[in-house]
Design a protein around this ligand. Structure first.
Ligand code: ZN
Length: 410
């Protein structure tokens, strides 16, 4: 293979990926106006339904705009030999290949984040604002950016530096050590994310004693679930959209409820949502997901090790010197078709797990409050109730509302 052919293969993958995503989005949008199935007819009243229709269309058009912009930006960067340019800058600052890689990714990631910031600003302060979702202040928005950059530089930079160091020491065997370090890191993060990272962005307070806490504890006792860590997070600081999630395992397991969820739902509905989350734990979904992501990480690093030192990778991007960081960029693009497939399989499994967690809530608590809570949450987020099945198949980590209600009523 010539470097030029490899270059055009990369361009082909980028464009094919874009076309496929646009096709799915358009297919989904074509069904925005489908009539609602019987069991979903009470989710919206007429006025709210109209707002949800407008919201979907606005989001769809905005999606086309942002993805077209990033496609043009990416293609321009490839054809104008941007990677060689940034590589030169990094090499003019240092001779150390770890430092060069850190500067290289630092420049590319920071620049692309800055270029896309106007879009996320517009999304938050124009679109979400217009539909009444936004609660983020401009100070919070920019502070979040800053914290995100610092955290990315510290954690991402640290891990990248370690991986390149392993590569220098062990050559193509680096993938085993990289796999071990990333595995340790992701288990650590799974355990302590809520304790270490979330407080940088949000306030978490233990759920106060009262009728809600008593109901939750009574349910937990009933299903033999040890839970003393129930937290309320101030999601309302950024958006009116509500959520709840489970994290950690063993002694570090905790349930986090958004304050918006506690405000929007009745106590029985909150216990039902919680029963669903307990279902994820009891059915060992957290362990399965973590194990699977560890396995795919290992597979990815192993394939990376087969290719990364090949000089054709650098030549394809017009970079003279072969390096790990250029290899990583080319590999990242060549790997997209595989990561699309693994992502698809993960979504498939995740939807299966959602049914299992719903079933658990139905068996150990009740279906009715879970159904009404799902309807309320969907309506409060102006969710699309008529997604196209192919769109659900590729993109949804949860079954559609209609599918979940059908399963809960069975
Ligand atoms: Zn779930």
């Amino acid at each position: 293979m010539t470097p030029q052919l490899l270059f055009y293969i990369l361009i082909g993958i980028i464009i094919a990926n874009f076309i496929f995503d646009q096709f799915l989005d358009a297919l989904n949008a074509k069904h925005f106006n489908d009539s609602l199935p019987e069991e979903l007819s009470d989710v919206y009243d007429d006025k709210e339904y109209e707002r949800s229709q407008a919201y979907k269309k606005t989001r769809y058009r905005f999606g086309i705009l942002t993805s077209t912009f990033s496609l043009i930006l990416t293609l321009a960067f490839f054809f104008l030999e941007g990677f060689a340019y940034v590589d030169d800058i990094a090499r003019s600052i240092s001779d150390n290949s770890i430092v060069i890689a850190l500067i290289f990714f630092g420049i590319i990631l920071l620049a692309s984040d800055i270029l896309t910031t106007p879009f996320s600003y517009y999304s938050t302060f124009v679109i979400e604002e217009k539909f009444g979702f936004n609660k983020t202040t401009k100070a919070t928005f920019f502070l979040d950016k800053l914290k995100g950059w610092l955290m990315g530089a510290l954690l991402g930079g640290g891990i990248l530096a370690l991986i390149i160091w392993f590569y220098q020491l062990t050559g193509n065997d680096f993938w085993i050590y990289a796999w071990i370090i990333v595995t340790i890191f992701s288990i650590f993060m799974n355990m302590f994310y809520s304790k270490l990272i979330v407080p940088l962005f949000n306030k978490q307070t233990p759920l106060e004693d009262g009728s809600l806490r008593q109901k939750i504890e009574a349910y937990a006792r009933n299903v033999g679930f040890q839970i003393d860590k129930i937290f309320i997070i101030d999601g309302s600081k950024r958006s009116t959209k509500a959520n709840a999630y489970f994290s950690g395992f063993g002694k570090e397991k905790r349930i986090t409820l958004y304050d918006t969820l506690v405000n929007d739902l009745e106590e029985e509905e909150i216990v039902a949502v919680l029963a669903h989350e307990v279902g994820h734990y009891k059915r060992k979904h957290i362990i399965y997901n973590l194990s699977l992501s560890i396995l795919t990480t290992g597979l990815t690093f192993w394939i990376l090790s087969l290719f990364v030192s090949n000089p054709i990778f650098s030549q394809a991007l017009s970079v003279e010197e072969t390096s790990f960081h250029i290899g990583l960029i080319v590999f990242g693009i060549l790997y997209t078709p595989i990561s699309e497939i693994t992502g698809l399989l993960m979504n498939l499994l995740s939807r299966k797990f959602e049914y299992q967690a719903d079933d658990f809530a139905k068996e150990t608590y009740a279906a009715a409050p879970l159904i009404s809570s799902l309807k309320k949450l969907s309506s409060n987020s102006l969710n699309n109730l008529t997604p196209h099945p192919s769109y659900v198949f590729f993109h949804y980590s949860h079954p559609s509302l209609g599918q979940r209600i059908f399963n809960l009523k069975k």
